[in-house]
Design a protein around this ligand. Structure first.
Ligand code: KMH
Ligand code: ZN
Length: 273
């Protein structure tokens, strides 16, 4: 089996210091969390940024500042900015970090409910526009799918040339409005993507480590981090993203799956091809 790529979603847009005081807002806090995740085995940092008060922003200057600072602290890590941003942001706001030509960025492939009255909107035209821009700038999309129909959308847009071959998916499982996080659902998702694709899994909330373990067994990759879950276990908040990553490494070791370095992750994902 290929080595395990660990992504750390260190910040997110929804979670706050009220949920866990270690959620990073400032550039220094973002670097601290990225460095801890990297040193514990993460090769990808999935990045959202905030203003100093914690409000999510897609401001290109804030992304530049954070990405430069992360690169100084973790020179070879893969930085994957979000183009999802936060619910309610415009396309113009969301696409900004792609203009920095990162190696990767997320490409959310459908609209879904997002708890309460929130709807995370990604129309077909938005996906086409973002996909096209990523092709133009040589940015590899991580295709975010919150439900099976979003895989089908990505496959259609791949056929039409808006997403390149050798697609890399992130199955986001357990969002209130998306697919559940069960073994059956994960196997269904895995069996719905082309064999040439790679996938990672983000289990939301308390299912995070179960989904990591199953993904490792199925040959997939793993994402953890405060964006998806702030606890080590019930009632025990994680002290850092690094602690969550360290737990993935422990699970992988016990299942005899080796951890990919950033260089190996680039080879597996075909970055720079
Ligand atoms: N914050 C969510 C509304 C992504 O990063 O591309 C969207 C999200 C997905 O987090
Ligand atoms: Zn995200």
């Amino acid at each position: 089996m290929e080595k395990l790529i660990i992504s750390a979603a260190i910040c997110g847009a929804e979670v706050t210091k009220e949920h866990n005081p270690s959620v990073p807002y400032t550039v220094e806090e973002i670097v601290r969390e990225a460095k801890g995740a990297y040193e514990n085995g993460a090769s990808i940092i999935h990045l959202h940024v905030r203003d100093d008060n914690g409000a999510p922003t897609q401001d290109i200057n804030r992304f530049r500042e954070c990405m430069d600072a992360i690169k100084l602290a973790c020179p070879d890590v893969i930085i994957q900015p979000s183009t999802g941003g936060a619910v309610g942001m415009s396309n113009l706001e969301r696409i900004q970090p792609v203009n920095l030509s990162p190696e990767m960025a997320t490409l959310d492939c459908g609209t879904c409910n997002f708890g309460g009255d929130d709807i995370f909107v990604n129309t077909e035209n938005t996906i086409k526009e973002f996909g096209q821009k990523m092709i133009e700038l040589g940015v590899k999309p991580e295709i975010e799918v919150f439900d099976k129909g979003m895989i089908d959308m990505a496959l259609r847009l791949n056929k039409k040339g808006y997403i390149k071959d050798n697609m890399h998916f992130n199955f986001v499982m357990g969002v209130n409005g998306g697919i559940n996080a069960t073994y059956r659902d994960l196997i269904f998702m895995k069996e719905s993507i082309p064999q040439s694709s790679t996938f990672t899994v983000s289990g939301i909330g308390k299912v995070q480590f179960e989904m990591v373990a199953l993904s490792i067994l199925l040959g997939g990759h793993a994402r953890v981090g405060f964006e998806d879950n702030v606890y080590m276990e019930k009632g025990m908040p994680a002290i850092s993203n690094g602690q969550l990553v360290a737990r993935v490494v422990k699970i992988a070791n016990s299942l005899q799956r080796e951890i990919a370095s950033p260089k190996e992750a680039r080879q597996i994902l075909g970055l720079g091809d």
